[in-house]
Every structure is written in C-alpha cells, then in structure tokens.
Design a binder for this molecule. Sequence first.
Ligand code: A5P
Length: 223
Amino acid sequence: VDGEAMKRAAASAAADLVESGMLLGLGSGSTAAQFVRVLGERLQAGVLRGVRGVPTSQATAALAARIGIELIDLPASGVDLAIDGMDEVDARLDAVKGLGGAATREKIVAASASRFVLIGDESKVVDELARRTPVPVEVLAFGFERTRSLLIAAGSRPTLRGGAEPFLTDEGNPILDCALQRGVDPAAFAQALDATPGVVGHGLFLGLASAAIIAGAGGVRRL
Ligand code: A5P
C-alpha cells in the first residue's frame, strides 16, 4: 500500500462522517487534499448534496473550487465538522500541525467545529508529541527579534522557515519552527506561546480533536 493510497483510505473513512447539508472545515496538506477529492466525487455522484466548505488555505480553496465544492467564509456559528491532516498525533489526540504553513487558519476553523477529526497514516502517530517535529509558530514581522528571544526563553530552538528567503503564510507572516529543548512539556510551551504577544498562531493542537482516523497497511483504525 503506497502513501497516497493510505491517505485516500483515511480520507474516505472521514467522508463517511459527512451528511448532506453540512458545513465542513476543509484542512490543508496532501491528506486533506485527498479528502476534498473524495468529497467532490461523492457530490458529483449525488451521494451527498448541499455540502459547503470553509477552506483553511489558498491552496485548499483553489483545489475545492476546481472540484466544484461551494465555499463560504467562516460564519459566527462555526462549522459542523472539520477534517484535517496532521504532522503528529498522540494517543490523547493532541497534534502538531503546520508543516504546510496553514496552522493559524486551520486552528480557527478546527476550534469552531462541532467535531474536529484528524486524518493521516501510521507514520503520523507518535508516543511523545513534538520530539520529532518542531512546533511551527507564525509570528508578526514586527518585533521579530524580541518574539524570537521569548520563544528561546520558553524552551525552544527557533529556526526561521525558508532562511534567507523566508517562507510567508497566506497571512503574509514568517514562521519560526521551534524545536523543543529536552524536558520541555508541549502543553507548557503552548501556554507560553498563547501568552506571547508577537505570536499569531501555532501548530500545537491540544484538546481540539475528537477522533483521529489512521490508515496503515492493515487497514483503517480510529484513535
Ligand atoms: C498544514 O499546515 C498542516 O497542518 C498539515 O495538516 C500537515 O502538514 C499535514 O500535511 P500532509 O497531509 O501533507 O502530511
């Protein structure tokens, strides 16, 4: 079973949760893109009707529009169901996201959802969160050096994504990929990030997901 097939298997299982008339949060990245494709097929086939989506990135918006999924801005009432990939997930359904650079929008949509479901393959499941993957932190360019020093003081080693030619998010902000120093607790680091004024958003998604659909060589399982 190749990687794309596993992503599609997880995406198909997530599409089974969708009911006609729902407003969906559409995640970003290659696994979420599979979900958008499966959704498009089911709408085309008439299995689902009247489903609309809120895209979490320009890339997802472009894909969904091409496929013919109706897109709207996030309403005050949020979405019914948000489906998104992840870079890491643990047994408590806490996740690291944002290697694709869309974590801020993804979190706004996920936190608005009645249900937020993660999809991915077995390679994303970890025992300990944020050991392998640095935490993506979107920051304002204003006060950059000050913010960076606060992220170091909070227990991380930040690297500017893109280096000399910084990567910019859909919001036009740089990202600091923050490797946690040994012994630093992700929850404590998330709290520090939430209390740092120059931080726009970050990839620690703690206590947000209600399920994770994981595809492996042996089939699909739920966390
Ligand atoms: C995008 O900002 C991320 O949060 C993605 O959800 C994450 O990078 C997963 O992407 P893949 O599905 O491509 O691995």
